[in-house]
Every structure is written in C-alpha cells, then in structure tokens.
Design a protein around this ligand. Structure first.
Ligand SMILES: [Zn+2]
Length: 461
C-alpha cells in the first residue's frame, strides 16, 4: 500500500491548480453522437474539478489571467485530450478467462465456465491478485469509470473496493446475488444474499470517510445477477434495499440472449425482464441493465420513464446471439425514446478490456442488422463517455469537459499507436487534422496511444 501511494504520488506531479492546453475532443450534451472538436483549448483543474474551459486563443488569455494555474501542461501538436472512458459492464472475476470460452450459448457458458471461475474468489488472495490486474488493465485502456460485478463473496467484493480506491479507478461496485440455479454449489440462501449485500454497501460507505453521494470514488450497488438466478423473494429484498437509501445503484442483465429470454419465460410465464425488475423496485434512475438486445418497444419506453440506463455490449451480444435470431441492440431507437445508453466491454462474455473495441463492434453490429441505422465512431465514442456517465447516473460528475465536473481524462498521443497517422492523406471532406486523428484513434488506437490517465484530477497512469 505504501509503495503504491508513493508511485501514485510520483505520478501526480501537478499542483492542486493546474491547466492543460492543446487540442481536445469531447461529447457535447446537446444531442447523442455530437462530438465537439477544439483545436486550441485550455482546461483549468483545481482540486480535481474543472473550474474553467477556454476554446480559443482569446478565451485562453482571459482564463489564464483570471485563474492563474500553478502549472500549465502543454500538449504536443500530435496529442489531444479526451474524457476518460466509461465501461458500463464488467465482471471482475471473469477477467481470468477473458479471451477464451467463446464457444457456448449463454446459459451453458455460465454453468461451464463462469460459475466455476467465480467460485474461486472464495479465496480472497486469489481474488486480490486477479482484481488488481484487472484494475491496472482497465486504467491502461483509458477507462476511468467502470460498473463492476464481483462475486457472491463478501470478503472478495470488499477487496475489489479497496483495489479501486487504492489505484484510483472510479467504479460502481457490488456483490453478486443469486439464490437459485447457480449449479456447482455457486449460490447462497436468500438471507445470505441480502445480509451480504448490506455488509458490502456499508463497507463501501465506510471505506470513504469524508466523501458522500456523488463525491465518492466508488459507489455502492445491489446486483441481482439476472432473473434466472434470483427468486422473487431475493428480488423483493434487494428492491427494498435499493429503496432505503438514495446512494444505492442497481446493476443486472435484461433480455440478453434467446436462451435466457426463454428461461425467464419458463420461470415467470408471460412476463418480461423489465416488468419483473420494475415490479420489485429495481428499475431506478441509478440502475444500469446490461445487453437489453431483445427489449420490446414498450420496455424501452419503461426504461426511459424510469431513467434506467442500458450497457450496450456489442461483442458479447454477438457471441451469445444464437443466430439466426440475432439482432443488434437498437441503439438509435433507444436514444430516440430517451433511454440512457452507455457502452460495456462485458468482460468476459466480451473478451476485450478496451471500450474502444466495444465502440468498433457497435459500429460493425449496426451494419449487420438491416433493421438498424448505422452507429458510427462518433455515436459510439459519445456513448463510451458522456453516454456511459448518463447510463450510470453520474453525468453531473463526469463524461465530458464541462465546468463543475471532475477532471477524468486521457491524454492521447496519436503517433504512439500501432498505426500511422498520415496527416498528408486527410480527405477533403474531413474538416480538420483533429477529426482525422480522432477517427483514427477510435478505430485503430489502443493503450499505446494513451500517454496518461487522470481520475479526479490525479494521474493514475
Ligand atoms: Zn454480464
């Protein structure tokens, strides 16, 4: 712990009030998919929060004179700043087998790979090693905020909280609850699930003395794994916990894959995931449901009415598709109905830890679904930043560079990646070198391009 603090302190060389000057790109809140490009900008940060933003030379002069930052970081002309990326769906224990296990339908996959792997986290030392590697990997990819599932184990869930706090990764974290259909001994009683959830919520609150509400780095969450593994009693109990306090988030899965939708129908004849979650008080404005591929129009309306978010996970959506019933998440239709949509890697149903990969898969998936309008790189990046913040109910805190938000950001070096920028080849239709560099980064970039990562104004990588 001491060594880690020293390492982070060494990274955080900026004084409490500093500024970054150069090009920046971020999501504009006016409409989904709208990206703002600033060729010469300045962002002033004080105690982790953005206190001023300038977007041209005159504004920069005025802002510098007014705020007098103690240090100004000048970006190179081949660099730009972007908001930290938000991953709305990650299963921390599954990171161990990400990149494998892509050969089974969802319900079989869970029994064959997932539950045995998650069961191992009863060993806290094993969980700590695994979670530490995952958090490092996510920060390396430029992910600064993540919605995390742990396992049914309270000690390992609390260890995940500690690791996020130590390494400075913003997160929504919870203990997974499942009191039936776990198989292989990976389940708990209803009472254990509810008591364990309360214990983890308290742990998360107490682990951050002096912070409350949205100022917390880690937010507490209840997680009914999904309808098939939760009895109505468990869903009702978790709904009660979510209602008791306004600082409790909810995560789960809804209408993910054909075999899962069918299983829900056998357990709750004639009912859909949305109705079941809503009737138990689990569809709230602090709730994010993963996948939602097979939601009907009326269910999307319910999501919009309740302010619930969706984690669009295009890679695992495709892997668990059971074609020919496959279709993509209705990205534009959901936005048009007012649903909050973020992107998720869904480690390890999706094998890549980078949300940029999820952006690319969202674009490809939309091309394959004839019923859907194309999702382009701007739509996807918007969803991977401000969209994700909105889906998690954290958009007053992060998601883009607006005054009052936290400085969660990534510094991109366009020349450091596994591709060539070729500025001389900018197409006449492309408005600027910055847009050219941004499109290349979203489509071709990886952790090599990510020169530094900030969360709450502190360097974490
Ligand atoms: Zn999942």
């Amino acid at each position: 712990m001491a060594a880690l603090e020293e390492k982070l302190a060494a990274l955080s060389t900026h004084p409490p009030k500093f500024a970054v000057r150069g090009r920046f790109v971020h999501a504009n809140a006016r409409r989904a998919g709208l990206i703002e490009f600033v060729e010469d900008g300045l962002i002033v940060v004080e105690d982790g929060a953005i206190i001023a933003v300038a977007k041209d030379a005159d504004q920069i002069k005025a802002v510098l004179a007014e705020h007098r930052p103690q240090d100004v970081v000048e970006l190179a002309e081949t660099e730009f700043l972007a908001p930290g990326m938000v991953d709305c769906h990650v299963h921390a224990p599954q990171y161990a087998y990400s990149g494998t296990a892509t050969d089974k339908p969802l319900m079989e996959w869970l029994q064959h790979y997932t539950f045995p792997a998650e069961k191992r986290c009863v060993d806290v030392d094993y969980a700590k090693t695994l979670y530490s590697a995952l958090v490092d990997r996510l920060l390396m990819q430029g992910t600064t905020c993540v919605a995390l599932y742990a396992t049914i184990h309270v000690p390992a869930t609390n260890a995940l909280v500690d690791i996020c706090l130590e390494k400075g990764l913003r997160a929504v974290v919870g203990k997974v609850c499942m009191d039936r259909h776990g198989g292989d001994g990976y389940e708990e009683t209803t009472a254990e699930a509810l008591a364990g959830t309360r214990a983890c919520l308290d742990y998360i609150r107490k682990a951050q003395p002096g912070a409350s509400g949205l100022s917390r780095l880690v937010q507490p969450c209840v997680i009914p794994r999904f309808i098939p593994t939760c009895t109505p009693e468990l869903l009702a109990g978790l709904g009660d916990i979510a209602r008791e306090s306004d600082d409790v988030w909810v995560q789960s899965h809804a209408s993910e894959a054909p075999d899962q939708v069918k299983f829900v129908d056998t357990l709750h004849p004639g009912k859909r995931c949305t109705e079941i979650f809503e009737s138990h008080g689990l569809l709230t404005d602090k709730c994010v449901m993963a996948h939602c591929v097979y939601l009907e129009d009326g269910e999307l309306d319910t999501f919009a009415r309740k302010g619930a978010g969706v984690a669009c996970c295009p890679l695992s959506n495709a892997i668990f598709s059971l074609s020919p019933g496959w279709h993509a998440f209705p990205f534009h239709k959901a936005h048009a109905k007012g649903v909050r949509v973020g992107m998720g890697t869904d480690i390890a149903g999706g094998y890549a830890a980078s949300i940029l990969v999820a952006c690319r898969h969202a674009a490809v998936a939309s091309k394959h679904d004839m019923g859907e309008k194309d999702v382009d790189y701007k739509d996807a990046f918007w969803a991977a930043t401000l969209g994700g913040a909105r889906a998690l109910g954290l958009d007053t805190v992060l998601g883009n560079f607006e005054v009052g938000k936290q400085f969660d950001a990534v510094r991109i070096n366009c020349e450091a990646g596994n591709y060539d920028t070729f500025p001389s080849a900018i197409h006449p239709c492309c408005p600027s070198r910055l847009e050219h560099d941004f499109e290349k980064f979203v489509n071709l970039g990886d952790d090599r391009n990510i020169a530094s990562v900030y969360v709450q104004g502190k360097r974490r990588r």
